[in-house]
Design a binder for this molecule. Structure first.
Ligand code: OGA
Ligand code: MN
Length: 296
């Protein structure tokens, strides 16, 4: 897909520039605090088409981030993480991703400074968010890049025999560990995926808006394919995961302060590189309510 542009009533041009990777586009020429309906409609369309959108140079107060998020639908509250349900004072919808310590010595956010492994947000719930958006307030000099991969491309890249084998299966999405490897507050840690808290979802889903088939994997740790023996489930999951995280279907984002990244949480997975723990990284996230992922 090439670049596309639309104009709002004031004549300002909004330009969508695809990353050239399997997913993602950068949007130029918008201030997310002031979007007219035509601009928003074009952004919504581009979000479905490209799965991930990047807007640089935004100056969003927390209320602005929430207002833009609400144009996509109702918001979920921040999820429960290693320190409980950490959100921004007065904004229970704002999830904080940060390694910075508060005055009580407890991190103000989640995920620390280590790697966050490949995942889809909150897919351990029956109705995971359809979208997430992450806004950067402070970033380290190096590291902490966020990678996205296309679950449409992952499905399309499966060999025919594997495609047949996974059709109709359901997979357990674990609610024990977050992507940073931390145990969610209130959960007793277990590494038996058959009994761990979580939700079964179809492994091959049909995207409710685009109609395209995709692989719906969630996260690897404690994943389990319903009805199989543990070893058989692990072997099949390893085989599938090898297709879902390759560079050829991924795009890497290097953060600057003021970046807003919006992703289709049904059609993508993401991960984050580690960074120097003595540096500060502060991000605010919203998550937009979704529906139970429909089987293909
Ligand atoms: C998230 C997430 C990774 C990052 O906010 O859902 O996984 O780059 N963040 O901070
Ligand atoms: Mn995430």
């Amino acid at each position: 897909m090439g670049s596309a542009a639309i104009r709002n009533s004031a004549g300002d041009e909004t330009i969508f520039v695809p990353t050239g990777a399997a997913l993602g586009a950068e949007v130029h020429g918008v201030d997310l605090r002031r979007l007219d309906d035509a601009q928003f409609a074009a952004i919504y369309r581009a979000w479905l088409d490209h799965s991930v959108l990047l807007f640089r140079g935004q100056a969003l107060a927390d209320a602005d981030l929430i207002a833009f998020s609400r144009r996509f639908g109702g918001l979920d509250f921040a999820p429960v993480q290693e320190n409980g349900r950490v959100s921004v004072e007065g904004f229970p919808e704002l999830y904080v991703v940060s390694n910075v310590l508060g005055s009580d010595g407890v991190p103000i956010g989640s995920l620390g400074a280590g790697e966050a492994v490949w995942h889809t947000d909150m897919s351990y719930l029956p109705q995971p968010p359809k979208a997430s958006m992450l806004f950067s307030l402070e970033v380290p000099a190096a590291g902490g890049d966020t990678w996205f991969s296309s679950m449409y491309s992952a499905y399309d890249s499966l060999p025919a025999a594997l495609r047949l084998r996974v059709e109709g299966l359901r997979v357990k999405h674990d609610g024990t560990f977050n992507s940073g490897g931390f145990v969610r507050a209130g959960v007793t840690p277990t590494d038996d995926p058959r009994t761990s808290p979580g939700t079964l979802h179809p492994l091959v889903c049909r995207h409710p808006a685009t109609g395209r088939k995709l692989l719906y994997l969630g996260r690897r740790r404690n994943a389990y394919i319903e009805g199989l023996g543990l070893a058989e489930s692990d072997a099949l999951l390893d085989e599938i995961w090898a297709y879902a995280t390759v560079d050829s279907i991924s795009w890497r984002h290097r953060w600057r302060v003021g970046d807003l990244v919006l992703w289709d949480n049904r059609a993508t997975m993401h991960r984050r590189d580690p960074f120097d723990a003595s540096e500060r990284r502060v991000m605010h996230r919203t998550q937009i309510k979704g529906e139970a992922p429909p089987a293909a």
